[in-house]
Design a protein around this ligand. Structure first.
Ligand SMILES: Nc1ncnc2c1ncn2[C@@H]1O[C@H](COP(=O)(O)OP(=O)(O)OP(=O)(O)O)[C@@H](O)[C@H]1O
Length: 261
């Protein structure tokens, strides 16, 4: 195992949170590994996520972001390591997959009511529409929504039942700059004393608005810290430079042999 891909919870608390111990850790990953066939996609990931934080997982295509988020969300098991979500609520985790599919004939309201009815938790559909700014189009059919509005609908769906852990896979992909800003505004509002948000994004400008950034490459954590810490550790004053500096060998194209050397 490489030293730079293993952040124990204690180390991460030390190196990332300093003395902000009022925040409550509600997801802990320790030494998580996950392979598909002979392809090692997650290679010893230890991270923890606390309330009132937005964490951005960034990394090249194929670096394992979606796989990591699926493990965090509990929709994919790991091969090794442990995942702890020490909270007890009716709906502990809300998850926006990378490519959510909704029935095009349903309205926004009907879609959220449908998903809300599937949950055991009590659900306030109106509040979730309001949270993402979709109240004005509540009667519009999904098939008539713009791509950005559909993404907001996906975020609203993930918020139903007020889960304390909200996992969003690329919530800003394909969105124009104004809509990306809007999504990061929403995400900042969601993170609260009770809630943590974990998202993946290729939008490094947006990632600078989050609390913590994890630079993932080839299934390992290359760097992690506040945006400021990562920028200061990089070659110049940008997260893009820090990102490129953290993957000096270029983007990973995984072929199934990595991790076997
Ligand atoms: N279900 C699966 N079966 C086989 N291989 C998979 C599966 N899911 C992911 N992979 C492989 O795992 C690697 C990491 O994929 P993943 O989607 O986690 O990366 P990513 O960082 O989210 O990529 P992107 O930024 O392009 O969305 C890729 O090589 C992918 O082909």
């Amino acid at each position: 195992m490489r030293a730079d891909n293993h952040f124990t919870p204690a180390e991460r608390r030390t190196c990332m949170r300093g003395s902000e111990d009022s925040k409550e850790v509600i997801v802990q990953l320790e030494d998580i590994t996950r392979s598909f066939g002979d392809l090692t996609v997650l290679d010893g990931i230890s991270l923890e996520f606390a309330t009132d934080e937005v964490t951005a997982i960034v990394g090249p295509n194929g670096s394992g972001k979606t796989t990591l988020l699926r493990v965090v969300a509990g929709v994919l098991g790991s091969d090794g390591g442990s995942r702890r979500v020490p909270i007890e609520t009716e709906r502990p985790i809300g998850y926006l997959p990378q490519d959510p599919r909704f029935r095009t004939q349903f309205s926004v309201d009907e879609t959220l009511t449908y998903y809300g009815d599937l949950l055991k938790a009590s659900v306030d559909v109106e509040a979730s529409m309001e949270q993402v700014g979709l109240l004005d189009v509540r009667d519009r059919r999904v098939g008539q929504l713009s791509g950005g509005m559909r993404r907001l609908l996906g975020i609203a769906q993930s918020l139903l039942g007020d889960p304390p852990v909200v996992v969003l896979d690329e919530p800003t992909s394909g969105l124009d700059p104004r809509m990306r800003e809007h999504v990061f505004d929403i995400v900042g509002d969601i993170a609260s004393e009770e809630t943590t948000v974990v998202l993946s994004s290729h939008d490094l400008a947006g990632a600078t608005r989050t609390d913590y950034v994890v630079l993932l490459d080839s299934g390992t954590v290359r760097r992690a810290g506040t945006p400021r810490e990562l920028i200061d550790a990089g070659p110049n004053d940008s997260l893009t430079a820090a990102f490129l500096d953290s993957i000096p060998d270029g983007p990973a194209v995984q072929t199934g042999t990595r991790g076997e050397s």
